[in-house]
Design a protein around this ligand. Structure first.
Ligand SMILES: Cc1cc2nc3c(=O)[nH]c(=O)nc-3n(C[C@H](O)[C@H](O)[C@H](O)COP(=O)(O)OP(=O)(O)OC[C@H]3O[C@@H](n4cnc5c(N)ncnc54)[C@H](O)[C@@H]3O)c2cc1C
Length: 754
């Protein structure tokens, strides 16, 4: 250590920084240090090394995974009638439950050695994505045992005995798990939990053993009404010091068989009219042996660390896969419907207002699915991607909401009227579920992505913080001196990079030779430098306050997320062999993403309380011309890519469940194919200014064309039809015969008043 520098420069800064940064609670420091950073750290550095991105191996299904996808996965989807599940039965049919058990849908993440399928993150994601387009209720049922819960916690932390006993039973569904964390008091803030376990002696299988007496009242727990084992998070106390000297051990996770005395799991919630099993659970004086703590007694009080570490994979797969499914499905169905549905004698997809929505749908479907692929590739390298998982969870579901809203708007009345012919409403209803579960999006966006990302992904921030947390003053100063000056060196380089790249519009920023996409890499490198500098100024001027400035950190999280998604789109273009035809959607994703990055950065600078810092930042990062978003020509081109059949349309929206014979999606697909087939004939009729009947009479149509046109007309009528219900059907649907009477009473009243 340089003594002079340490004594006269670092020491006063160290003193100030110690005051500015409040001591971290154990929960905070566990959350901060859980998981690992990866590509987002390069984006945060201000100077991403593109080779690290391009070297990542694109994920691919193994032969065995592909066979499962083509076999049981397709078969399962064929067994599902989503309307019946949600509107009539309120549950999946017994044969679907049985099929999922027998085919180990609940054991995808359990290693083969324990009887599970041992699938990759990518296979898991592909399967959830595929099922989501058929039925959200079934997809959520598959997601939960494969996400954060007993299976994953046991796999990561369980003792050998626990793994040997539980994992084979969970793999084939003989035991069905649920995971109970949330309670009325503790939603986003798990530390507010009042559910409690007290260490005591009790009776277990006729003997007195050391164990835990549990009391809990949880809600919103998926699979709770049918689960046979509950992974329970609770606060553990040891008032009689039976386990050790500590009395308040903290959050702990244990396995609780639901057939124990005192456990109640039967009741159900109705989550957004989507009929997967979800409900409250209570426990009153339930006794479990101490060995039922996941990981055994050594893991007493380590529940929060376990949850934070395990969250990375599940959060990066389940809801992002559902979100990407919904975006691709919206693009697929909207492109087809806009081609089929005509108004003012034109397919509605020819109108600019509709194209604006479809252009965005096409680009989002491309870019978000690229981010899903990249994330799965990272997870399959064995990385615990906590920041990226948070980015994916929040942004795939935010974009899902935007995409479904666009699809609904374009379909209009067709999408509003509920019934088996409505192929959009089930996903629309699922939007708030995706937004809320596994960390509600507002808290994920405003607190977690930048809060955790800034510390973990920044090249020096975690070292600074850890140095400041050190209790021994001399050691703390020594460590801080090292990390602080490394940080100063990094910031100086970043000032230079941010300014020079801003002045030159990123023209000379480092980029791989990526053909016509090279300039997008350069642009991204430019904003990465601007971002790194802004992050440093935000730390410098706000210190620990930054945590409470959620509007600033939310926008900083958005920029990091946009950079991640756009870099994934660049990688997708490369991995897929630079498909020329897809370039417009990449260009659109870049133009829209860079514009959002710029405006978020602008707003951060506008709102920085230290005005001098805002002035300096604006000077170095935002001089000159502003980035404009996608222009109208590009938007229309992207819209056309999902309006007309093409390889691009298949690549963007492909690999979705195509619908079962005769259902609404199948009819849409058949009709789209027929409309495209008959397009040349329809063009001829338009040019001749003749209806099909007039054309037939005039000998302008042969018999085959006439038959095909009639077939097309019948399909179009089916696609644009919506469901209606006779009074009897309506009453049956709601299980209430009174409905019918009210309706006829109203009719009689109307006649009487007339
Ligand atoms: C269908 C469904 C299934 C679920 N499944 C499970 C399950 O299987 N197991 C389980 O344990 N839980 C489950 N949950 C619970 C879910 O994880 C919680 O609903 C979620 O964590 C949010 O808690 P809350 O609803 O109480 O919202 P609250 O915590 O009350 O939050 C309300 C709003 O305030 C925001 N907010 C809160 N704190 C902050 C902050 N510091 N900064 C910014 N914004 C903040 C939130 O983002 C949210 O928008 C499920 C929930 C639903 C709806």
């Amino acid at each position: 250590m340089n003594d002079f520098r340490a004594k006269y420069i670092t020491k006063p800064i160290h003193k100030w920084a110690k005051k500015a940064l409040p001591a971290l609670s154990q929960t905070e420091s566990e959350a901060l240090t859980a998981g690992e950073v990866w590509w987002e750290a390069e984006l945060f550095s201000g100077n991403p090394d593109w080779s690290k991105l391009l070297d990542v191996k694109a994920p691919k299904l193994s032969e065995e995974e592909q066979a499962f996808f083509d076999g049981p996965c397709q078969e399962l989807c064929g067994m599902i009638d989503d309307w019946k599940i949600n509107q009539i039965d309120g549950d999946l049919p017994e044969e679907v439950w049985q099929f999922m058990r027998e085919n180990k849908f609940f054991g995808m993440i359990i290693p083969k050695s324990y009887g599970g399928l041992g699938f990759s993150a990518f296979a898991h994601s592909e399967i959830v994505r595929f099922i989501s387009t058929r039925s959200v209720a079934v997809a959520v049922t598959v997601m939960v045992p494969n996400s954060l819960g007993p299976g994953e916690l046991l796999h990561l932390f369980g003792t050998d005995e626990q793994k040997d006993y539980w994992l084979p039973l969970l793999a084939d569904g003989r035991e069905l798990p649920a995971f109970g964390l949330t309670s009325a008091e503790a939603g986003s803030d798990a530390s507010a939990m009042v559910d409690e376990g007290v260490i005591c002696k009790g009776q277990w299988e006729g003997e007195e053993v050391l164990g835990i007496r549990l009391n809990w009242k949880k809600r919103y727990i998926t699979l709770s009404p049918v689960c046979t084992v509950l992974g329970l998070a609770f606060k553990l106390r040891d008032p009689d010091a039976l386990l050790g000297s500590e009395k308040d051990l903290g959050i702990t996770c244990a396995l609780v068989p639901t057939d124990l005395d005192g456990v109640d799991t039967g009741s159900r919630h109705l989550p957004s009219s989507t009929m997967f099993m979800n409900g409250p659970t209570t426990g009153e004086d339930v006794f479990i042996p101490i060995d039922y703590i996941i990981g055994g007694p050594e893991y007493a009080g380590k529940g929060w660390m376990m949850l934070m570490s395990a969250l990375a994979a599940g959060r990066g797969i389940s809801l992002p896969s559902m979100g990407c499914a919904a975006i691709a499905y919206s693009a697929h169905t909207t492109g087809a419907y806009a081609r089929i549905r005509e108004q003012f004698n034109l397919p509605i997809g020819k109108f600019g207002g509709v194209q604006a929505r479809m252009g965005r749908l096409a680009a989002d479907a491309y870019a978000m699915d690229a981010a899903r692929h990249l994330t799965c590739a990272g997870l399959d390298e064995g990385r615990a991607l906590s920041v990226i998982s948070a980015i994916m969870k929040a942004h795939a579901t935010f974009k899902m909401r935007e995409a479904i809203n666009d699809a609904m708007d374009v379909h209009s009345g067709k999408a509003v009227i509920d019934g088996p012919s409505n192929y959009l409403l089930p996903l629309y209803r699922a939007v708030p579920i995706g937004i809320t579960v596994e960390g509600a999006n507002i808290v994920t966006r405003s607190l977690i992505i930048f809060g955790q990302g800034s510390i973990r992904a920044h090249p020096h921030m975690l070292d600074n913080i850890m140095a400041l947390q050190e209790e021994d003053q001399d050691k703390s100063l020594e460590k801080f001196d090292k990390s602080f000056w490394a940080h100063v060196g990094h910031t100086s380089m970043t000032v230079f990079r941010a300014w020079s790249r801003a002045l030159t519009g990123g023209r000379f920023a480092p980029a791989p030779d990526a053909g016509k996409a090279t300039h997008i890499y350069r642009q991204l490198a430019r904003w990465s430098a601007a971002y790194a500098l802004t992050a440093d100024f935000a730390f410098l001027t706000l210190g620990g306050e930054l945590k409470r400035k959620e509007m600033i950190s939310g926008r900083m999280g958005d920029i990091l997320s946009e950079m991640y998604i756009l870099s994934a789109a660049l990688k997708r273009w490369e991995d897929e062999g630079r498909q020329d035809a897809d370039f417009p959607v990449l260009e659109y994703a870049a133009a829209a993403g860079l514009k959002r990055i710029q405006s978020s950065l602008d707003e951060v600078i506008d709102n920085l309380p230290a005005r001098w810092a805002a002035w300096v930042l604006r000077f170095f990062t935002l001089p000159g011309a502003k980035v404009s978003g996608p222009d109208d020509r590009l938007t229309a081109t992207c819209s056309d890519l999902i309006f007309e059949p093409s390889e691009t349309r298949s690549r963007i929206t492909g690999n979705l469940y195509p619908g079962a014979s005769g259902d609404a999606l199948d009819v849409l697909n058949q009709c789209y194919a027929k409309v495209i087939e008959m397009a040349p004939v329809m063009k001829r009729l338009r040019e001749e200014k003749k209806t099909p009947e007039e054309a037939l009479e005039a000998g302008l149509l042969d018999d085959a064309e006439w038959a095909n046109l009639n077939e097309m007309k019948a399909l179009v009528d089916k696609v644009i039809a919506v469901d209606d219900y006779s009074p009897d059907e309506f009453a049956a649907l709601f299980g209430n015969e009174d409905n019918k009477d009210h309706q006829s009473l109203n009719k009689q009243a109307k006649v009487a008043t007339e």
